[in-house]
Design a protein. Structure first.
Length: 328
């Protein structure tokens, strides 16, 4: 049973000034909103609604622009054709670095909009790219996925990884990571290792050949052998950024999976999901009062509300900037 959003919010009298600026568009996209203090609740509500709506629209616009430049939505790369030299320079010098130029809070609406609208296309490109003929595109797509907010705070990615649409993705990314990628800062081995850990935690363990985890046993062994090379700096890639903690954490997770029985490994991963899901929206509880409920947001299907009162609180507190229709 779905809940339908109300477009109204209640708020105290405040003044609003918000700026959303990104260099991701060919011509810089900038939305600047200013309102003077107002005396009536109705006027303030309208001002807030308009401001947030503009920010949300800008997030969608920029997310769609990224997808277009990655050739996810139009002019998709033909099989066996890589990004051109000009496109590769653009990815390296502009698009990928721009995804982390602003603070996480500033980028979150755009990143969530991208996750909601373009994850299936991105995953399809990762699983279909030919390493021999499309190495730059393949590396770019994997690293874009690694830069999205983690499943713990990204309900769209969490839902995608838990769905049949993620079939094959963990093995594909693990296989390419062990054989090296063309690193594009700010992504690096640490980001991809964090992504691999998320794939182990959130994807169905039945996807793996031994049902212990979503990555096959042989590939888990190869990952375990590859990680020390990155930690010691002995790889030929010598990427600019190595997030040591993420690599070490993945090593621990792999060891826990392979040193336990199949049942124990599945319980360990389920426990990790529960720990990371505590207090997060879109589990089994209302995202405001944390009471168990079956009522989902009718648009994004990622958060739950126990009633209209909690729905209004969440909408006012920022859910409207995180609420997008998911492609999955």
């Amino acid at each position: 049973m779905d809940y339908i959003f109300s477009d109204t919010l209640a708020s105290d009298d405040i003044s609003l000034s918000a700026t959303f600026d990104s260099s991701l568009d060919d011509t810089t996209t900038q939305v600047q909103l200013n309102t003077m203090p107002v005396s009536t609740n109705d006027s303030l509500t309208n001002a807030l609604d308009n401001a947030v709506r503009d920010l949300r629209d800008a997030s969608i616009l920029i997310a769609d622009n990224i997808a277009q430049r990655l050739r996810l939505t139009s002019k998709c790369l033909p099989q066996g054709v890589d990004f051109s030299a000009e496109e590769a320079r653009e990815m390296c010098d502009d698009l990928i670095p721009s995804m982390r130029l602003q603070s996480d809070q500033e980028m979150e609406p755009m990143m969530l909009a991208f996750s909601a609208r373009h994850l299936p296309a991105l995953a399809a490109c990762i699983t279909s790219c030919d390493r021999a003929t499309q190495p730059v595109a393949l590396s770019t797509y994997i690293q874009v996925l690694s830069l999205l907010p983690a499943p713990e705070s990204n309900a769209y990615l969490r839902a995608f990884l838990s769905s049949p649409a993620a079939t094959g993705l963990p093995n594909v990314i693990a296989w390419h990571f062990t054989r090296g990628l063309h690193w594009i800062a700010p992504s690096g081995p640490g980001h991809v290792c964090a992504l691999l850990t998320s794939l182990l935690f959130w994807c169905d363990a039945a996807l793996g050949d031994d049902t212990r985890a979503s990555i096959d046993a042989r590939l888990r062994s190869e990952l375990g052998a590859t990680l020390p090379l990155y930690l010691s700096g002995e790889t030929t890639d010598r990427p600019r950024e190595v997030r040591r903690l993420a690599l070490e954490r993945l090593a621990v997770v792999l060891k826990r999976i392979d040193c336990a029985s199949a049942a124990e490994a599945c319980e360990y991963l389920a426990g990790a999901r529960r720990r990371h899901g505590v207090g997060r929206p879109a589990q089994r509880e209302c995202c405001v009062c944390h009471r168990v409920t079956e009522l989902l947001c009718s648009q994004c299907k990622t958060v739950r509300f126990c009633g209209k009162e909690c729905q209004a609180v969440a909408w006012k507190d920022g859910h409207q900037l995180q609420c997008f229709t998911a492609a999955v």
